[in-house]
Write a protein of this length. Structure first.
Length: 248
């Protein structure tokens, strides 16, 4: 309890300093983007960002969250700048609240949510913006247990064609990942494998993007995968080339 109170007081003091510094810069004629450049995210490297997410999920998993509502001072400090340390592309599913899962407060994650956590033009634009302008150090593609979009992508083509046009287009971005799954008798295990296969495919797609390639080369970011188990609250990460390799 004392540690939580000390952490809260530290955050308040940091927010106060941030607001004063921001106000000073604005008075000098700085733009909002100029102000944002003055502040650093909570994690300074990809390794630090991954560790911060893992530690946050461990707190969530064990029901020891440190998250608390932002004070008025902290909210005011966030008006002029954001410096999220990680970008998380997750599913739009209502059971996958990203900030909660990683026990992170407002302003710490740049969260993108779309059914099936698939890559598309708007998603890429959002990720590129966060990399180029917000100092983020990690991109996570996170699938989850019981994903409806992945399950729909595993249906027959006739059934997929019965969906609205835009839903069909989204499912087609997942189909390549799940069309050649190994024979797995257990339904839950097969579904997990399908979701992870889709995560690998979307990570692969991201790594073809020139902005992301350049950011990886200059060691600003890493791109990793993750799987969220709704029933337990735990997140498994896929970080190595072998873990993220597409199946032949």
């Amino acid at each position: 309890m004392q540690e939580d109170q000390a952490s809260s007081e530290k955050n308040e003091q940091g927010a106060a300093r941030r607001q004063l510094r921001s106000a000073e810069l604005v008075k000098r004629g700085a733009t909002m983007e100029d102000v944002a450049k003055e502040f650093e995210p909570a994690a300074q490297t990809p390794a630090e960002a991954i560790t911060r997410l893992k530690n946050g999920n461990a707190r969530y998993f064990s029901n020891q969250s440190l998250r608390s509502p932002l004070s008025p001072l902290e909210r005011r400090a966030q008006v002029v700048a954001q410096t999220p340390f990680a970008i998380v592309l997750g599913c739009a599913d209502s059971r996958v609240p990203t900030e909660n899962i990683f026990d992170q407060s407002s302003g710490e994650l740049f969260t993108i949510r779309v059914a099936g956590n698939v890559i598309g033009g708007n998603v890429l634009a959002s990720i590129e913006y966060a990399i180029e302008h917000l100092k983020s150090h990690l991109v996570v593609v996170m699938g989850h247990e019981g994903c409806g979009a992945v399950n729909a992508a595993m249906l027959s083509e006739d059934k997929r064609r019965a969906e609205p046009e835009n839903v069909q287009a989204l499912l087609e971005r997942i189909v390549p990942a799940v069309s050649n799954l190994p024979k797995i008798r257990d339904g839950k295990a097969r579904m997990r494998e399908a979701v992870i296969a889709n995560v690998r495919l979307q990570v692969h797609e991201l790594k073809q993007n020139r902005t992301i390639i350049r950011a990886i080369e200059r060691k600003q970011i890493e791109v990793v995968g993750a799987y969220y188990e709704i029933s337990s609250g735990a997140v498994d990460f896929f970080e190595t080339e072998d873990e993220l390799r597409l199946d032949d």
